[in-house]
Design a protein around this ligand. Structure first.
Ligand SMILES: C[S@@+](CC[C@H](N)C(=O)[O-])C[C@H]1O[C@@H](n2cnc3c(N)ncnc32)[C@H](O)[C@@H]1O
Length: 267
């Protein structure tokens, strides 16, 4: 962790995701709520070596878009875990509609106390969501507990990449409701401490800055009227300022995004 943590609990994050924040991010990103959409999921799947028959856990699965994409495209089984009941219900509804209930399911649960036995999953997965988790030491430890020996950890996340004042950091974290941000180096250290060998890392800072610019353009352009209708004028202004602030910080090299692949020791 860099700087002071925001005083946020899982209840604050779930309340936001059950309301207008969840709706806003789906409008901007689609039902795969991460930068890069389905193409990013395919990239991560290729690096993780996802294949038919794999048992994959998506930690912070939200609407389940990636889970359905992976099961339909790669023939794996996916369980998503998310702490927001409204997200889990909606993920289940969409999965039933997509006819994928035999391979995709969801559990209401906390990433800090995963409701699964040890050594269960071939692949533990996360996309642009672990920045919301209030104790990443515990999260990475839990991911290691539920992965099989030799299992793969595959994730992307938003990270702090450069110097900023406490005030700048607080503004960025408050808008996104992130308790803290890791740096890439701190993630590497966390992974090593919990028995994960990092086999691949990609710095995605440049495409992150461009993506934030696209979100800002959508907010002020094509989606403006729809966003105001769904979240109101006041929230619209907050959202625009927040996204523009992140875009500027990304262009200044203060925040970015990374993609990690790691392997748990074992056969
Ligand atoms: C950005 S969305 C995740 C997007 C999803 N990974 C995707 O690619 O579609 C963040 C999600 O994290 C969930 N979340 C945050 N903290 C959590 C925790 N400690 N345990 C489980 N879920 C959590 C929220 O409920 C929310 O649905």
């Amino acid at each position: 962790m860099t700087g002071r943590a925001l005083d946020l609990s899982i209840a604050d994050i779930s309340e936001a995701y059950a309301g207008p924040i969840g709706a806003l991010w789906e409008l901007l990103m689609g039902e795969e709520i991460h930068v890069g959409g389905a193409g990013e999921t395919d990239r991560l799947a290729a690096l993780a070596g996802v294949k038919a028959g794999d048992h994959l856990l998506d930690i912070c699965s939200a609407l389940g878009g990636p889970a359905r994409h992976l099961a339909a495209g790669y023939g794996c089984r996916v369980i998503g875990v998310d702490a927001t009941a409204a997200m889990v219900r909606e993920a289940e509804r969409r999965t039933e509609k997509a006819g994928l209930v035999d391979r995709v399911s969801f559990r209401l649960g906390n990433a800090l106390d995963l409701p699964f036995r040890g050594s269960t999953f071939d692949i533990v997965w996360g996309q642009d969501a672990w920045c919301y988790v209030t104790d990443r030491e515990r999260l990475i430890s839990e991911a290691g507990r539920v992965a099989k020996p030799g299992g793969i950890l595959a994730f992307t996340d938003w990270v702090e990449t450069g110097r900023m004042t406490d005030g700048e950091r607080e503004a960025l974290l408050s808008f996104m409701l992130f308790p803290t941000l890791e740096t890439p180096g701190r993630y590497d250290a966390l992974l090593a401490r919990h028995g994960w060998e990092v086999t691949g890392y990609e710095n995605l800072d440049q495409e992150f800055a461009l993506a934030l610019g696209r979100y800002r353009e959508l907010v002020t352009g094509d989606l403006r009227a729809m966003i105001i209708e769904q979240i109101g004028q006041e929230m619209y202004t907050v959202a625009l300022q927040g996204i523009a602030g992140w875009e500027q910080a990304a262009h200044e090299g203060k925040v970015g995004r990374g993609r990690w692949i790691a392997r748990k020791a074992g056969p």
